[in-house]
Design a protein around this ligand. Sequence first.
Ligand code: COA
Length: 380
Amino acid sequence: MGRYAHITGWGKYLPQRILTNTELAKSVDTTDEWIRERTGIGERRIASAKETTAMMAIHAAREAIEVADLDPQKIDLIIVATATPEYTFPATACLVQDALGASRAGAFDLSAGCSGFGYALATAASWIRSGMHNTVLVIGSETLSQFLDWEDRATCVLFGDGAGAVLLQGKDQPGGVLATVLGSDGSGGELLIIPGGGSKHPASAETIATKLHVIKMNGREVYRFATRVIAHAAREVTKQAGWTIEKVDLLIPHQANVRILDSAAKALKLSPEKIFANLEHYGNTSAASIPIALCEAIDADRVKPGDRVVMVAFGAGLTWAACAVEWSAPKHRAAPVQVALSRVRYGFFGLRSLLARLLRRIDALFSWLIDRIEGKRGGE
Ligand code: COA
């Protein structure tokens, strides 16, 4: 009997601070009208210094774990899809693993631009289907506001911060992630790029002066690519799942530009009510956009058990990813007592982590002392 990868938990985190178009127009040469007309975006969330990529990922993950009512120690693997990790290394996923007390889990980050969540979902589902893992946490988390040129009106109006997470569990019951399509075209790499900070252009006074650490984008070319690839990937994944486009109940596309979504709807001949859009409130949150949209679609009763859901993304790389999911989880919110209990549990895991760090220091101190004593004896 085959294994199926079901989504059993979901959660999101959005920073408190809202930056409206009108506010943005005070610091850069743009207008609310232009941004709404050309992108559909009305406002976006901006992370505070405390709301880092890891912190937001942890909050979204905790919510997903609570919805699934799962012991974090049952998690086999944590994948954080992000283009804006906390550090070059360690992986943000390892920080999440520690905060969740997921002591049995492997953890790594995945970089596929705005398609990252789709790539991570496909990876998680394949491992579950192969029988290698049973419980995988997939998170998309981004603090793009830290990588924007706030003087470049062509990019700074588009992006926002946030995180979304899903928990996948293996079951014998058919359903869940049924098909995935991944693609890339590296010849378009420079169309959407942060050139500085990697090994080619490591940070220096010059890379800072020439603004190499912020997003550079050829908007028109990315737009052309996106409109082409969304319909193609959605059609392909639907076919692989054994469905037709008419049978799809909801398409959750990467939230980049409402005109891109409209053009995909037209190409796929899907009515607008079958396409979920929330970019008016958050802008483009890259790898976090689809899981945040999924959470909001569930809250709005737009995703119900038995529904055929297609998620499709495109982004830097260039990359694209599509997943066909037969939804199986009933709408569920964790009870307040369960939330309180898990807070206590995470507090304990925090203490345990602190203790592990302390023990590591004491261990290092003892090793150093022993080395000194043995060195002295050897010298006698
Ligand atoms: N406010 C006012 N004017 C702006 C502006 C802004 N925020 N941003 C750009 N403009 C100007 C340009 O400077 C240009 O002026 P010019 O004609 O005097 O040179 C004019 O608007 C038209 O620019 P253009 O690039 O043709 O606009 P557009 O209709 O293609 O819209 C984007 C620009 C960026 C909204 C659009 O190309 C887009 O959404 N591309 C895809 C981006 C994306 O999704 N990236 C993430 C992928 S994961």
